[in-house]
Design a binder for this molecule. Structure first.
Ligand code: SF4
Length: 297
């Protein structure tokens, strides 16, 4: 999923007027939950502190996402599984890798994963939406985000998110995902049709983890998002008044700090341990030898 909206109060507050809207992507909401200090640096500080350079696993993930998106733009006679190989080659991002050899190895893996994945996709059944921006308002929260793929399967709308992490997914990942539930709620509102099914498609393994919400479980997720938004909006207002003196952005120090894009500006996080290299996530997978390799051509 890609973030598309900077959250901020978007409506003046006058007596008798509705409360200010808080506009946020699911990523912004989760950033506030994970670490308010990182949230502040990423969304509020001006100028925004410089992030560390992009990591290799992000480059890998972007190339896979772009190839799966562009595949649907190919003329029907070229929309074959093996065409995914060339799409990965042309969208490859050679950033964050240890050296050219590692980049080459992972480009080949990305090509194999994409070709294998596309082997299970019907080229004659295009999705209802690809990288579609969706949005909805509930109470004082406006959620905006972009979904990888929206399927219409015999009248049932299904939200699909591609996952490219080298770690396998757990059975609960689709059920507990706040972003996926918010996308389903947004699709329901925008298309005026129920949308309850969400799917995570793990491209490296070909595994699909799905969950079918109920209207009640979607409502609970939307309520969860609104609760996070209230806290974030309160913190934003405090920041507007006190700036970096605000105490509402404590660092949440833990193992994630070794991966944090803003740790160069966070002494507390630096104390959590040495920073992971740009290619550390791929090295862990290389050691575990988990990637599936399926030749389709
Ligand atoms: S290094 Fe850790 S504590 Fe600091 S901003 Fe990043 S996640 Fe938060």
């Amino acid at each position: 999923m890609t973030e598309v909206t900077a959250g901020r109060p978007v409506q003046s507050e006058f007596a008798g007027m509705p409360p200010k809207l808080y506009a946020a992507s699911p990523s912004r909401l989760l950033a506030h939950v994970d670490c308010p200090r990182r949230y502040r640096m990423q969304y509020l500080d001006k100028p925004r502190p410089e992030q560390r350079p992009q990591r290799a696993h992000t480059s890998f993930g972007l190339a896979v996402h772009n190839a799966l998106r562009d595949w649907w733009d190919l003329p029907r006679d070229r929309r074959t599984a093996s065409a995914g190989r060339e799409l990965v080659r042309t969208s490859w991002i050679d950033v964050g890798f240890r050296d050219p050899e590692q980049s080459m190895v992972w480009r080949k893996r990305a090509q194999e994963h994409v070709v294998a994945y596309l082997g299970g996709v019907d080229p004659d059944d295009p999705p209802r939406g690809i990288e579609r921006t969706v949005s909805f308002i509930s109470g004082a929260l406006r959620v905006t985000g972009r979904i990888d793929r929206l399927d219409d399967r015999d009248g049932e709308l299904v939200v699909v998110d591609y996952k490219t992490s080298q770690k396998p997914l757990s059975d609960d990942d689709a059920r507990t995902s706040l972003p996926m539930a918010l996308y389903a709620a947004a699709v329901w509102k925008m298309f005026r049709r129920p949308c309850l099914r969400v799917e995570l498609h793990h491209v490296p393994s070909g595994e699909v983890i799905s969950h079918t919400h109920t209207p009640e479980s979607l409502t609970r997720k939307v309520d969860e998002a609104k609760s996070i938004a209230r806290d974030a909006q309160r913190a934003d207002a405090d920041f507007a008044e006190r700036g970096i003196e605000s105490t509402l952005f404590p660092p949440v120090v833990g193992p994630i700090c070794t991966w944090c894009d803003y740790r160069a500006h966070c002494p507390e996080g630096q104390a959590a341990g040495p920073e992971k290299s740009g290619w550390a996530a791929l090295e862990a997978a290389e050691a575990a030898q988990v990637p599936r390799v399926v030749e389709v051509d």
